[in-house]
Design a protein around this ligand. Structure first.
Ligand SMILES: C[C@](O)(CO)[C@H](O)COP(=O)(O)OP(=O)(O)OC[C@H]1O[C@@H](n2ccc(N)nc2=O)[C@H](O)[C@@H]1O
Ligand SMILES: Nc1ncnc2c1ncn2[C@@H]1O[C@H](COP(=O)(O)OP(=O)(O)OP(=O)(O)O)[C@@H](O)[C@H]1O
Length: 287
């Protein structure tokens, strides 16, 4: 019986993000294209039958344990199981910047849900896990389902998509952006006309934009400056509500050349866009 697994918790990019309306509860209705990156955190889940309960080995800096999406995801599964489960110890190797628009916290929640479902042999399917995940964050369902997708609603209505698996230079301007703050800005575009999407979206995402970009560039000069630099080499775009921006390149070497020439002081990484989540690739290997 497996007692310990290490699983990827990848980043996502919003290749485009249109705000098409607002629900009565204030949440914004989106049309977005999600793709995963082969870059992210690693989460290790180890059963501790001799020690009951859920133990976090390394807290996430600045996040109280009770708010940590890893712990909240694990507790949501315990509540669903309604019977005694062996204890688990959870470790994380954090690489993704927080407040980056890369969905790090949501991805951590999804990896925990799928990993514990596997270790605890709960037998929950993706529909059940995505429903549990949505209560934790709007971005959790796409990480649970694990395929690049066109997202509608608040991001939970997902249609599998097949954008090209290009290489990306991802830059993290030196600022922390709060998602709720951007969504509450007065100047935000909220009325982009809905686009029609074929069941399997294969379109060219570069025709579309991120509606948060104007507001974010106005409020955060760090984002504007990084964007101006990256735009020299091709279109650059914001992911989610920022702060990270990305440029798309056809090969790894093309991306690395630009990465090597970045001004000192800018952090980030080079990664490949992938349509099947590295988490699901790993879980398939384990089956
Ligand atoms: C911007 C995206 O990253 C796009 O993928 C996501 O929609 C954000 O997802 P997330 O970080 O999981 O966001 P949540 O934790 O669910 O929401 C944070 C806050 O942002 C606002 N919010 C979020 C998502 C949305 N579609 N409309 C909103 O107005 C709400 O005030 C909410 O309280
Ligand atoms: N395990 C976790 N890892 C990172 N952030 C977490 C975690 N648990 C809770 N959080 C909280 O969630 C917030 C958003 O984190 P996250 O890394 O998902 O941001 P993001 O990349 O901007 O995501 P998004 O694209 O979904 O807006 C953090 O600022 C933090 O307060």
């Amino acid at each position: 019986m497996t007692t310990s697994i290490t699983l990827p918790s990848p980043a996502k990019l919003n290749l485009f993000l249109h705000i098409v309306g607002r629900r009565p509860d204030g949440y914004h209705e989106l049309q977005t294209l999600f793709q995963f990156l082969d870059y992210g955190d690693d989460i290790t889940l180890s059963l501790t039958p001799e020690q009951p309960g859920i133990h976090l080995e390394n807290p996430v800096a600045g996040v109280p344990d009770d708010d940590n999406l890893i712990l909240r995801a694990a507790r949501a599964l315990v509540a669903r199981a309604r019977h005694e489960l062996p204890g688990v110890s959870i470790g994380i190797n954090k690489r993704l910047p927080m407040g980056g628009g890369l969905g790090g916290g949501s991805s951590n929640a999804a990896t925990t849900l799928l990993g514990l479902n596997h270790l605890w042999r709960l037998g929950l399917d993706y529909d059940e896990l995505a429903e549990i995940g949505l209560a934790l964050g709007a971005d959790v369902p796409v990480f649970v389902r694990g395929h690049a997708a066109f997202g509608e609603g608040i991001g939970e209505k997902l249609t599998p998509a097949f954008p090209p698996e290009d290489w990306f230079v991802v830059l993290k301007p030196d600022c922390h952006i709060n998602t709720a703050k951007i969504f509450s800005e007065q100047g935000l575009t909220r009325d982009t006309p809905r686009i029609k999407i074929a069941p399997a979206f294969e379109g060219d995402a570069s025709r579309y934009r991120n509606d948060c970009e104007g507001v974010v560039k106005r409020l955060y000069p760090e984002v504007r400056e990084s964007m101006e630099w990256l735009t020299q080499f091709g279109p650059a775009r914001l992911t989610g509500t920022g702060a990270c921006i990305f440029g798309r390149f056809p090969t790894e070497s093309a991306a690395r050349i630009i990465w090597e020439s970045k001004p000192s002081g800018i952090t980030g990484f080079v990664a490949k866009g992938v349509n099947v989540s590295p988490l699901h690739q790993k879980l398939t290997e384990l089956e």
